[in-house]
Design a protein around this ligand. Structure first.
Ligand code: ASP
Length: 328
């Protein structure tokens, strides 16, 4: 039997309904969580590390970075064959991606979550935990980078996002689909995400902002960020990666100040590319020094910029990290 370490961080998967507050609150300990799945020990020897017990809306980049350090410490131990991280769905896509970028291991690393607490009708806690144990113990899940297992699907950390506020099938990889599935008798992998990468960074730079564009946006939030000493930012632009003129002026100012600015799209499929030469057009922005974020979502590009800035402040190196594989 494989030895799997379960690291709990919180989320609905570890919550209970509190009748006084009339709301779900963090309540279950890691031990309670594992004990709540009958027969789970038949699939692997499970050990537990309780990292935190928070709603994932409280997860911070600093905590995510500490989590990657905890994972690295345990992964080097021979007696650990794989790792499971339980997490809330709200920010799971960011935590999964930072682990994917900063942890380089052949061993399976699997994040899982739930949308319905254990006390709720139709809870998805036991099925997701069991599926995560099966994935983390499977040789098919080695060398695939950090994985997200939910609803019997296996997703790549760089592709998965939360798509639905309420449905249990909330974690999807738009434009790509899952890497594989968990069936009762087998863990089946259909494909590999071949553009995943690792960044060797001893720290991260958490002071990185994300700005989402909308029609008529004047970029005043960018000005606010510049006044508050941000070290770089990601712009979730429109379509192929275009901005309203006033917002573009603020971006150009930031680039002239020497800040790394990464361009992504608020569309959730496809990559950004400068095709338009208007004042806020992606072509003009790229010629001026904006860095293409490829197909990454805004939140994921922000995580990557934090890691990139933790490694280097060399703008060319940062540009290569983002554009190397996809535009080079
Ligand atoms: N509120 C929860 C969270 O911690 C939602 C969930 O876990 O599904 O993100």
């Amino acid at each position: 039997m494989k030895n799997i370490l379960v690291i709990t961080t919180g989320g609905t998967i570890a919550m209970k309904y509190d009748p006084v507050k009339d709301a779900f609150v963090p309540a279950k300990s890691g031990k309670e969580l594992l004990n709540s799945v009958p027969g789970i020990n038949m699939f692997a020897q499970l050990k537990l590390v309780e990292f935190s017990n928070i709603d994932s809306s409280e997860m911070t980049p600093e905590m995510m970075f500490r989590l990657t350090q905890t994972i690295n410490q345990h992964l080097v131990r021979d007696e650990v064959d794989g790792i499971i991280v339980t997490h809330g769905t709200d920010t799971l896509e960011e935590t999964a991606y930072i682990i994917d970028l900063l942890v380089d291991s052949e061993k399976p690393i699997v994040l899982t979550a739930a949308m319905r607490g254990f006390d709720e009708l139709g809870t998805d806690v036991p099925t997701n935990l069991l599926a995560a144990v099966k994935a983390a113990s499977s040789d098919s899940c080695r060398n695939l980078g950090t994985l997200v297992v939910k609803n019997d699907e296996i997703h790549a950390a760089r592709e998965v996002i939360k798509t639905y506020t309420s449905n249990v099938a909330t974690l999807e990889s738009p434009g790509y689909g899952p890497l594989g599935i968990i069936d009762p008798d087998h863990v089946i992998i259909f494909r590999k995400s071949i553009i995943r990468e690792t960044i060797v960074a001893k720290r991260i730079e958490p002071n990185v902002a994300l700005y989402k564009m909308s029609a008529g946006n004047d970029g005043s939030s960018i000005d606010y960020g510049l006044k508050n000493n941000i070290k770089g930012f990601v712009i979730e632009g429109l379509g192929r990666g275009n901005l309203p003129t006033k917002a573009a002026e603020k971006v150009l100012r930031a680039i002239n100040l020497g800040l790394p600015v990464v361009l992504t799209s608020r569309c959730f499929k496809g990559r950004v590319l400068g095709l338009y030469g208007g004042t806020g057009g992606g072509k003009k922005l790229h010629d001026a020094g904006i860095i293409y974020g490829g197909d990454l979502s805004g939140p994921k590009a922000r995580i990557k910029l934090m890691c990139a800035l933790g490694k280097t402040s060399d703008m060319l190196e940062i540009k290569k990290m983002f554009e190397g594989g996809m535009y080079g």
